[in-house]
Design a protein around this ligand. Structure first.
Ligand SMILES: [Zn+2]
Length: 308
């Protein structure tokens, strides 16, 4: 996208607020990229997408670790645990998908897809919890995998999907894909009436972005092709025939310790925060992240859309 032809990938505005020059952060290569900031909605977009994006996803970056299966007995416990959680809502036994599923309340027979599913671990946890129609898609996965008829992982992108779903999830995937408008429209097409689309991703509403600018860790150029504001993504959802029921901020300590590393010009890859930072710092950042989420200024959020 030449800068003079700027068009916000989220709200469509041609009004550019500013161009930000940002260094590659994950591996500290020093390569520079530019993000355009939309004057209307505050979303960010790379001004030029590299031709060979795959080169920025070395095996060590991408979650190519194989899916970890658990024993029959352990899966039975996971199922019981989720069934008890569903009734009691007890925080202590909440599974990794507990927050999202408490809001959406899908039935165990709901057709569920995870787009950009990586190794499919999340879907496997749902399979263990007793969900019986799970499909994962990721064009970068090594090979197709079947767990009976209940869970199938396919090497496909969103435009190759043929069937319809009651719930589609995208966890930190949309910002890695070109043309969010086409993707949201496709997801809308793939949803059954009253179906849900759950989108989790970094958002430009982040206070860390306002405070720390180009050192904000979740810019992550050039892998993050665009980062919406909540206003921008809501608008795009509406245009795609979706209603935004809720936006829940779910940022973590990463926004602080990651940004701290970027400021100190330390590459992020392979850093274990518990080793790089003190317990006190991490505890303080945990509190701060909760506060930022409460005030809707955390650096990532979960959008709950449904098909009207
Ligand atoms: Zn915009």
């Amino acid at each position: 996208m030449p800068i003079e032809n700027f068009s916000c990938p989220y709200c469509g505005s041609g009004h550019l607020h500013e161009i930000h020059q940002v260094s590659e952060m994950m591996f500290g290569t020093g390569e520079l990229f530019k993000y355009a900031e939309c004057q209307n909605c505050g979303s960010l977009a790379l001004t030029e997408v590299p031709q060979d994006l795959a080169a920025y996803y070395p095996a060590s970056y991408y979650s190519l670790q194989p899916l970890v299966e658990s024993s029959f007995g352990k899966n039975l416990l996971k199922k019981i645990r989720y069934d008890v959680f569903r009734i009691s809502g007890k925080e202590k036994i909440k599974p990794v998908f507990g927050d999202w599923f408490s809001r959406i309340k899908p039935s165990k027979s709901a057709k569920i897809a995870d787009i950009g599913c990586g190794n499919g671990q999340l879907l496997y946890e749902l399979y263990a919890a007793g969900f019986c129609y799970l499909r994962g898609y990721d064009p970068f996965m090594e090979k197709e995998q079947h767990f009976g008829k209940k869970l199938v992982l396919s090497k496909k992108d969103v435009f190759e999907i043929q069937e319809k779903f009651d719930l589609i999830m995208m966890h930190h995937a949309l910002e890695h894909m070109e043309s969010p408008k086409k993707i949201l429209e496709q997801c809308s097409k793939l949803l059954n009436p009253q179906g849900w689309l759950l989108v989790r991703l970094p958002v430009a509403d982040a206070k860390v972005w306002a405070d720390e600018g180009v050192n904000w860790v979740q810019l992550d150029p050039p892998r993050h092709l665009h980062i919406p504001s909540t206003k921008g993504l809501k608008q795009l959802g509406t245009e795609s025939g979706l209603v935004c029921k809720e936006v829940v901020f779910d940022s973590s300590t990463f926004q602080f310790w990651g940004t701290e590393l970027v400021k100190n010009k330390r590459p992020l890859h392979g850093v274990i925060p518990e080793e790089a930072f003190s317990r006190q710092d991490l505890a303080m950042w945990r509190k701060k992240a909760l506060l930022y989420n409460k005030k809707s200024v955390g650096d990532q959020a979960c959008f709950y859309f449904y098909k009207a």
